[in-house]
Design a protein around this ligand. Structure first.
Ligand SMILES: C[S@@+](CC[C@H](N)C(=O)[O-])C[C@H]1O[C@@H](n2cnc3c(N)ncnc32)[C@H](O)[C@@H]1O
Length: 271
């Protein structure tokens, strides 16, 4: 059953040009944009997917934002992992319901939210972050998404444990199923990951430059070849297409490069 929109929810309205606006519904409030004003009261109580009209007659459709749409508009402190990479990371790191996952750093919380949904109610996400300001931004992004987006799945998401700690200094947790590192020098955390990741566990690192990936893979090869094995190194491209009448072609703009993903497995590998 589709639940009607309620006061306090974060929703998005889409105009006829496809422009999207996100707003938190508040009784007796209004929202103005280039094509008129809409009253929040016109949205409260209607079903997701409904049409409303602005003061100037513009037709808008109201929807709850998806996680990817929310990430695109949320407040950013750090650079984030883009949804196209997050989607692949969930599969390549084999994030499963009930998993205990450690990530560092939390940044703006983009990956964290996807992890919380993927590990499900029985799972745990432990996030290390050394910057207080980023931690606060991530915390408020995560709270807003799970607290105010009714389709976020907060009831089914995992437990989040946030630690203001430098992961290069050590990892307290043991028997981790997965470790995801999105920070500049992942090789500096390898000693701790080796001690904390369970056998069979997966380490996935995300880095924007190939020099970082090269340095990481050299460390793995020279110092950790008995306990880690690189399973794959990937880069993902996603290009949108548009169809306008008889013109069918790729969109002119795309985010060409984001980062490399390296997937590493822990086990008792012989030298
Ligand atoms: C690129 S951002 C992470 C973005 C995050 N994955 C997201 O999707 O929003 C890198 C983060 O790692 C943090 N960081 C860097 N070195 C760290 C360390 N040694 N321990 C913990 N956090 C660290 C930075 O402060 C920054 O917030």
């Amino acid at each position: 059953m589709i639940k009607p929109l309620t006061e306090g929810e974060l929703v998005q309205v889409i105009d006829t040009r496809g422009k999207r606006y996100q707003l938190v519904l508040k009784a007796r409030s209004s929202f103005s944009f280039s094509r008129g004003t809409i009253l929040h009261d016109d949205l409260i109580g209607v079903e997701e997917g409904s049409v409303i009209r602005s003061s100037s007659g513009e037709r808008l459709v109201v929807l709850r934002p998806t996680l990817a749409e929310y990430i695109a508009k949320m407040r950013k402190g750090s650079q984030i992992i883009y949804p196209k990479d997050i989607a692949a990371i969930l599969m390549l790191a084999d994030i499963f319901p009930g998993a205990t996952v450690l990530e560092a750093g939390i940044g703006s919380g983009a990956l964290t939210m996807a992890l919380l949904r993927a590990v499900g109610r029985a799972g745990r996400v432990i996030s290390y972050e050394r910057r207080t300001d980023f931690l606060e931004i991530a915390r408020s992004n995560i709270e807003l998404f799970f607290g105010r987006v009714k389709s976020a799945g907060s009831e089914g998401s995992g437990e989040l444990i946030v630690k203001e700690q430098d992961v290069y200094g050590g990892i307290e947790e043991k028997e981790l199923d997965r470790v995801l590192l999105d920070l500049p020098e992942p090789w500096r955390a390898l000693k701790h990951v080796e001690a904390s990741l369970r056998n069979g566990g997966i380490l996935l690192c995300y880095n924007p430059t190939v020099l970082q990936i090269y340095k990481l893979s050299r460390h793995l090869e020279l110092k950790y070849d008995r306990s880690f094995r690189v399973m794959g190194i990937y880069e993902l491209s996603m290009r949108g297409w548009e169809i306008k009448g008889r013109s069918m072609r790729p969109e002119q703009r795309m985010i060409a490069h984001t980062g490399f993903i390296i997937v590493v497995r822990k086990g008792s590998f012989t030298a």
